[in-house]
Design a protein around this ligand. Structure first.
Ligand SMILES: [Zn+2]
Length: 305
């Protein structure tokens, strides 16, 4: 089952290299969506108290079969009676507690019907619905869904960093804007679907979002030295983000040592630094973090000059 690449609205902080969409069985895609939502939720929820743009969220991601290369086949594979359905529910999230599960067909979000299908491969409808859901969670503290079987489900929201996590079929690396973190499906392959190492990549990207590096760097051509400073900050902050979420921060060192010599995740060395330097800087940061039991990085994290 191939899903087309999700378009990001703003420029990305990592070098993006497109690869052709891979045909995969439907259950593999749902497994990967659930993995990314679960890790993303865990990082985002545990660090909400320190994120500048924190907003309550539900851990629910919607999907639209019209974003698949073959919508009819996707509908049949997932057994859906409509286009818009739950794509993934983060484990441990309010959406899971509310009883929602993948493939629950959604008829309306916040009382507004899901609307007519967009052109094939167009993500506008599902992102608009997702945004409506996220806005309700942030502003009302809960989300009202009407399912196609007539059930009304209210999902209470819980604290989060207010960042959307996206699995992208068409990419093999990861990137972040101020409001989105994206990871390519091939990156999951390359990391062997090791949860802690994936958490290290997502924590690095969440750090870019939390520190608003997009605004800091500005549009257009970015000097390598400035990018390097943001990459160093994202590496250093990632271990705090992981520790707060209960992941071993040492998994970040393991991840760097795995990906760099093999050229995985398409990491540009000039801006991100050598693997040995990155691993050393993160190990030093772990030592700094552990000098006190308090892992409040909003207070204790030292920004790059
Ligand atoms: Zn980065």
């Amino acid at each position: 089952m191939a899903r087309r690449g999700a378009a990001l609205l703003a420029l990305e902080l990592a070098l993006a290299v497109s690869v052709p969409a891979q045909a995969q069985p439907a259950d593999d895609l749902q497994r990967d969506d659930a993995l990314v939502q679960t890790i993303g939720w865990r990082l985002s929820h545990a660090n909400a108290a320190f994120c500048t743009r924190a907003a309550p969220a539900t851990g629910l991601l919607l999907g639209d079969v019209q974003t698949f290369a073959d919508p009819a086949a996707a509908r049949a594979a997932y057994g859906l009676s409509g286009d818009i359905a739950v794509a993934a529910v983060a484990a441990g999230s309010p959406a899971e507690a509310a009883g929602l599960a993948a493939n629950a067909v959604v008829a309306a979000v916040e009382g507004t019907p899901v609307g007519p299908p967009p052109a094939r491969g167009n993500w506008d409808r599902v992102w608009a619905l997702q945004a409506r859901l996220e806005q309700a969670a942030a502003q009302r503290g809960e989300v009202a869904l009407t399912l196609a079987d007539g059930r009304a489900v209210t999902v209470p929201a819980a604290p989060s960093c207010g960042v959307r996590f996206i699995l992208d079929d068409a990419k093999d690396n990861a990137g972040a804007t101020r409001s989105q973190v994206r990871i390519g499906r091939r990156a999951l392959d390359q990391l062997g679907r090791d949860e802690a190492m994936i958490a290290a990549v997502l924590a690095h990207e969440l750090a870019h979002a939390a520190l608003d590096h997009e605004t800091l760097l500005g549009p257009g051509q970015r000097p390598t030295a400035a990018v390097r400073r943001t990459e160093r900050e994202a590496d250093r902050l990632s271990v705090w983000i992981m520790a707060n979420a209960g992941y071993s921060p040492e998994a970040a060192l393991r991840m760097i040592r795995l990906i760099t010599p093999r050229g995985l995740l398409v990491i540009p060395g000039a801006s991100h630094g050598k693997a040995s330097t990155r691993a050393r800087e993160m190990a030093e940061e772990i030592a700094v973090m552990r000098t006190q039991p308090d892992t409040n990085w909003a207070l204790r994290f030292r920004r790059e000059p």
